[in-house]
Design a protein around this ligand. Structure first.
Ligand SMILES: Cc1cc2nc3c(=O)[nH]c(=O)nc-3n(C[C@H](O)[C@H](O)[C@H](O)COP(=O)(O)OP(=O)(O)OC[C@H]3O[C@@H](n4cnc5c(N)ncnc54)[C@H](O)[C@@H]3O)c2cc1C
Length: 435
């Protein structure tokens, strides 16, 4: 039975960036929002690399740079191709005034965002799992928790990558193992001075590493390093289909990365103070579910809104949450909570960078799945082999070295193999830039 005390304007499920942005947007417009989070506090269950992006955070919290618990301002981005025991590293360093992202610890940052939301009137119910959605006349009218039922005009789902709730109402299908990555991460306590010395940073400047190859050679997976104030986060993500039935354990791959001669000096002597694992939706545009139905909208990871090419997820979550909140407000003003009104949420996302970017990379994962051994093994090995050859001084004339390198490459990959790789890249670039 619907109890008036348990009836609110909007219920948001999940206290990650998507849920908090949605709830605060509703509260700022003068409506009541209840946010239900299963963790002991928002952020307590959340795992990421990670960097948050200032542009999207500012859209919800314009002054966050002076009040949020930030670790470091990322000024350098390094791309490292790890070989057996060598590596090629490309580095891009920004002028600190142009930095666009900060490293944060989600336990602290999400909690801070939730605190701001609470101050602005959002009712936050913690340590409560939403078990099911309440459906009446094919419309979503509330949620069931372990303790009680809550009713509302609109429910916004921001319950993360697994979103059992979106599945329960047929908006989403089960994620296939190739469309999701399992990620493991360690936080390694290290003195601030050591971090600055090892990563060549000043004060609170930060550095990001993207790691290719190494123990993941030939598999669809990447590693990462982020610097925090007094710790280093290191981890990797690998698509689940790469692990299925292989006996490969992601933490063993991570251990090998940590032992690599390029990486081990960066974390030497540090103490592992946190270990976590989480899934990342990787399906992109082609695997996005329907984003709305009567009385309900799906946001953030629950809607597969992750741009895995650029390691962006929190920004897509924040902006989708904001759009869902705005659409809920429009629906409340019109007193129309039908799919017809909530479709506006989908339209806003399609006009923004969120779906435009996912569309741009819509073919990326197909190409990567088709060519993973070639791109993630053969070519990575060749890049390191090229620099090994280029820097060698062994009495062999350079022309001979070049010729041998090219001849070996053609022999290994084959003329038709090279043509097929080139064609795959041309098609991918075409779909990214043109159509
Ligand atoms: C290892 C890793 C590294 C990443 N690195 C980055 C990065 O550097 N930068 C970046 O922008 N993105 C990164 N991402 C992606 C980013 O973390 C996600 O895209 C983002 O957190 C999605 O936000 P969300 O609010 O949709 O979901 P989440 O942050 O997952 O929040 C979902 C919330 O819902 C709660 N919940 C779930 N089910 C229920 C339920 N039934 N009842 C109540 N509460 C529930 C959970 O406890 C959680 O608090 C990374 C992800 C991983 C796993």
């Amino acid at each position: 039975m619907e109890n008036r005390e348990n009836k609110t304007d909007v219920i948001v499920v999940g206290g990650g960036p998507a849920g908090i942005a949605a709830a605060i947007t509703v509260a700022r417009a003068g409506f009541e929002a209840i946010l239900i989070e299963r963790g002991t506090f928002a952020g307590s269950k959340n795992v990421f690399g990670g960097a948050i992006y200032a542009d999207s955070v500012k859209q919800i919290f314009p002054d966050f740079e002076t009040s949020a618990p930030l670790e470091r301002k990322n000024i350098e981005h390094k791309f490292a191709i790890l070989g057996e025991d060598d590596s090629t590293v490309i580095s891009y360093k920004k002028n600190p005034k142009d930095a666009v992202s900060y490293s944060v610890m989600r336990g602290k940052f999400d909690r801070w965002m939730a605190e701001q939301a609470r101050r602005e009137g959002v009712i936050i119910v913690e340590e409560t799992v939403v078990r099911d959605l309440i459906v009446k006349d094919k419309k979503i009218v509330g949620v069931k928790t372990e303790l009680e039922d809550y009713y509302s005009d609109i429910v916004i789902l921001a319950d993360g990558v697994n979103s059992l709730l979106a599945k329960s109402i047929g908006l989403r299908k089960d994620i296939k193992p190739k469309d999701v990555a399992l990620s493991v991460k360690e936080v390694i306590k290290t003195d601030k001075e050591k971090i600055n010395e090892r990563f060549l940073l000043n004060d609170d400047e930060g550095c990001i590493y993207e790691l290719f190859g190494g123990s993941m050679l030939g598999k669809l997976g990447l590693g990462f390093i982020y610097t925090n104030k007094e710790s280093v986060s290191i981890g990797l993500g690998i698509t689940l289909d790469e692990l299925d039935g292989t006996g490969i354990k992601p933490y063993e791959l991570l251990d090998k990365i940590k032992e690599h001669p390029t990486i081990s000096p960066l974390i030497k002597g540090g103490e592992v103070i946190e270990y976590s694992a989480h899934l990342i939706p990787e399906g992109g545009y082609k695997k996005m579910p329907k984003l709305y139905s009567d009385g309900v909208m799906v946001t953030g990871d629950a809607a597969m809104l992750v741009n895995n090419m650029h390691w962006e997820g929190t920004n897509l979550a924040l902006i989708s949450g904001k759009f869902a909140g705005e659409t809920a407000v429009e629906a409340l003003n019109k007193k129309d909570f039908s799919a017809k009104t909530l479709k506006e949420y989908d339209k806003k996302l399609r006009k923004s960078f969120v779906i435009k970017d996912l569309y741009t990379y819509r073919n990326l994962m197909d190409v990567m799945h088709d060519k993973k051994t070639i791109f993630m093994d053969t070519y990575f090995k060749k890049i390191n082999a090229f620099f090994e050859m280029f820097t060698s001084v062994n009495g062999v004339p350079k022309r001979e070295l070049y010729r041998k390198f090219i001849f070996d490459f053609i022999k290994e990959r084959g003329f038709f193999g090279l043509c097929s790789d080139f064609w795959a890249v041309v098609k991918l670039v075409w779909s990214v830039l043109i159509k």
